[in-house]
Design a protein around this ligand. Sequence first.
Ligand code: CP
Length: 309
Amino acid sequence: MSELSVNHLLGIKYINEADIDLIFKTADHFKEVINRPIKKVPSLRDITIANLFFENSTRTKLSFELAEKRLSADVINFSAAASSVKKGETLIDTVNNILSMKVDMVVMRHPNPGAGVFLSKHIDASIVNAGDGAHEHPTQALLDSYSIRERLGDVAGKKVVIVGDILHSRVALSNIYALKLQGAQVKVCGPKTLLPKYIESLGVTVELDIKKALAWCDVANMLRVQNERMDISYFPTTREYTQQFGVNKQLLDSLDKEIVIMHPGPINRGVEITSDVADSEHAIILDQVQNGVAIRMAVIYLLASKIKQ
Ligand code: CP
């Protein structure tokens, strides 16, 4: 297969295993490109991309912008905090005004689940979901699986535990879809209050004991507690959360094997993982960030190829 089955990347739910293979093969090529002295290719010289961020971001925003510039696309950036959204402009009006400037692709982060799907039904440009509320974060899941493949050789057959605030996590949902598509076994571990009731229907199992979860897995993906999405208390105190679900060096050393530690960032150091774990040889957190650029180059390049046809 040489093209994606979709015209937008709205979620991992909407793509298939062949799409993931194609994205990874294309990312392998771009990873080689960004390690050259001249890190830029002219592939998207005739494409204009708008990065619309209605919610805060460090990694995703910078990574998309760098990926677009490495492909020689023209890039415009929009941040809701400094825009006319503050004056009451709707999402459709905002985006249509930006598109009237002849934009081909929109990369959007939005607090509302389904914002990208909604937009794709109302505008012509190709949409890439850069995180929509607690729904999906597809490029994060792709770069996570790509990083597992890089460290362990393959994703198929690997045991991955996703730990923490599953309920509010778009990273968890996209990772579950991506890992299952590639044949990994997936467990979730966290306080019962932060595990959605439907979670087992996604083909994952639940483990409430972090020590058992770590003893089972090859990879632990540690999620941030998303306080900004919590309107009630889901656990008594942060200290108790850390005691029950946090990972420290002592816990890792007590295992009779080495496991890979991942984190999508931003890290709450000392809450979900301690610094001696985050900065250890077990952690591939900065590899994930580095791979994000190649993965986003691949996604943008493959979607842009479909616009050009
Ligand atoms: N991993 C991630 O989405 O980080 P940002 O919120 O900083 O983009």
